[in-house]
Design a protein around this ligand. Structure first.
Ligand SMILES: CSCC[C@H](NC(C)=O)C(=O)O
Ligand SMILES: [Zn+2]
Ligand SMILES: [Zn+2]
Length: 434
């Protein structure tokens, strides 16, 4: 039986036809041809509302439990915080003494401005070009299903590898990972996974190449508090909070201009190589005619690994001092680990990853991730991690309206993991492991 997109929109994931496990015939968009079962599964996962501020993690965990059952693999659940569960599906290797390969994805997605979307952001509508629209199509439910489907295919082919492969599904990445990966990397269950190398999310690439991320900028979220003398709004009161706030804003935003200019005038720099500063909140004031006793400005700063963080903070202190008396600041986010994953052939994991991609004629663009992902916590405990979402010929639409991924790009990504997983999980024992 075939469905049109209109029919599919009205169905919940549970109501989709499910004849042979995930081999559901999905929505149309391809002239009535049966939909690839992996695409149907992807669309089903997209329909789960794991959206902040109240993600339905229960639905995602039930879905993943079903996946584990279909794959005939065990799934472990670790509650790192009340209501915050990390799920791990494990394909045990033939030599459990060797370090394992981690395939990480986050279950949660960011909210949408539904009125600005072409379709319901949680209906996983597929258009006539095969573009699948939905929150999480790029970030990063596609990658989660690609991992699952690659493992399904490899298992069906009777493959088995020396190294264990862990498929990990974490909560709360989109709100900083504090009740997700940040906690889990310190958990004994994480250590017990004996991870040697991790893959996590990357970004789409609009061209033919695939972008891979070997490091991240440090996110610093800072609120600068400017105290001042209050008084009547009709007077020239000295030492006002607003005068100080103006100087603070000028210092931060002048620096922003310099960095923007540096990025725009250098061909070899990408966003991940410069510091971005954005004023994201301003607070203060109680009435039109009352000069307030304090005003705050909040900035989202992203600092590349090449910047000395002590010197950068000293600069912030100078800006505060220059702006007037009594100015303080406080961090809501201050990541300080600047570890990079080596992309030299001396790193055997990188060597096998890049060689396997090259054998598939994939051109890799190495960059610093401009935002923050859970990879930063993995690198911070000393493990190599590469951010990689196999999405080329795709505009970068994470967190944007009308986020989409084409089904052919999605399916090609499964093939990419079908090659990568055997290569990584067959990496010979390293001298550090014996
Ligand atoms: C700093 S925790 C927030 C994480 C979020 N990640 C992404 C990929 O958008 C960000 O960079 O804002
Ligand atoms: Zn993400
Ligand atoms: Zn995101």
């Amino acid at each position: 039986m075939l469905f049109t997109d209109t029919h599919i929109q009205g169905l919940s994931g549970d109501m989709l036809p499910d004849k042979n496990g995930p081999s559901a015939m999905g929505g149309g968009g391809q002239g009535g041809l049966a939909e690839h079962p992996s695409v149907s599964l992807f669309r089903e996962y997209l329909r789960l509302k794991t959206v902040h501020p109240e993600p339905d993690y229960g639905a995602a965990l039930r879905f993943l439990e079903r996946m584990a059952k279909e794959l005939e693999l065990p799934m472990k659940k670790v509650e790192v915080c009340p209501g915050r569960v990390v799920a791990i599906i494990t394909w045990t290797g033939t030599n459990t003494a060797l370090q394992s390969v981690l395939l990480n994805s986050h279950m949660d997605v960011v909210p949408v401005f539904q009125e600005s979307w072409k379709y319901d952001a949680f209906a996983a509508v597929k258009d006539a070009e095969g573009n699948i629209y939905g929150r999480g199509t790029q970030d990063m439910k596609s990658v989660a299903i690609q991992y699952i489907e690659a493992v399904r295919k490899l298992k069906a082919e009777g493959k088995r590898f020396a190294r264990t492969i862990h498929l990990m599904f974490v909560p709360d990445e989109e709100v900083g990972g504090h009740k997700g990966m940040e906690m889990f990397v310190k958990h004994p269950e994480f250590q017990a996974l004996n991870i040697g190398f991790a893959l996590d999310e990357g970004l789409a690439n609009p061209g033919e190449s695939f972008t891979v991320f070997y490091g991240e900028r440090c996110p610093w979220w800072i609120t600068v508090r400017c105290p001042g003398s209050p008084g009547h709004g009709s007077r020239f009161v000295e030492n006002t909070a607003a005068e100080k706030l103006r100087k603070i804003i000028n210092s931060f935003l002048d620096f922003r201009e310099q960095e923007k200019h540096r990025l725009n005038t250098s061909e070899c720099l990408t966003l991940g190589d410069v510091t971005t500063v954005n004023m994201t909140m301003v607070k203060g004031g109680v009435a039109y005619n009352v000069i307030p006793e304090k005003m705050d400005a909040t900035f989202d700063i992203r600092i590349p690994p090449t910047v000395n963080l002590q010197e950068f903070e000293a600069q912030i202190q100078r800006w505060c001092k220059e702006a007037g008396e009594g100015i303080t600041y406080e961090f809501a986010q201050k990541h300080t680990n600047q570890d990079l994953t080596s992309t030299e052939d001396s790193n055997p994991w990188w060597k096998i990853f890049s060689a396997t991609c090259k054998a598939m004629n994939m051109n890799l663009q190495k960059e610093i991730f401009p935002a923050a992902s859970d990879s930063r916590f993995i690198r911070a405990v000393g493990l190599p991690a590469i951010g990689f979402s196999p999405m080329n010929h795709t505009p970068i639409l994470l967190h944007d309206h009308n986020e989409f991924l084409n089904e052919q790009v999605f399916l090609r990504g499964i093939q990419v993991y079908q090659e990568l997983l055997p290569a990584l999980a067959s990496l010979p024992a390293q001298s550090s492991e014996v």
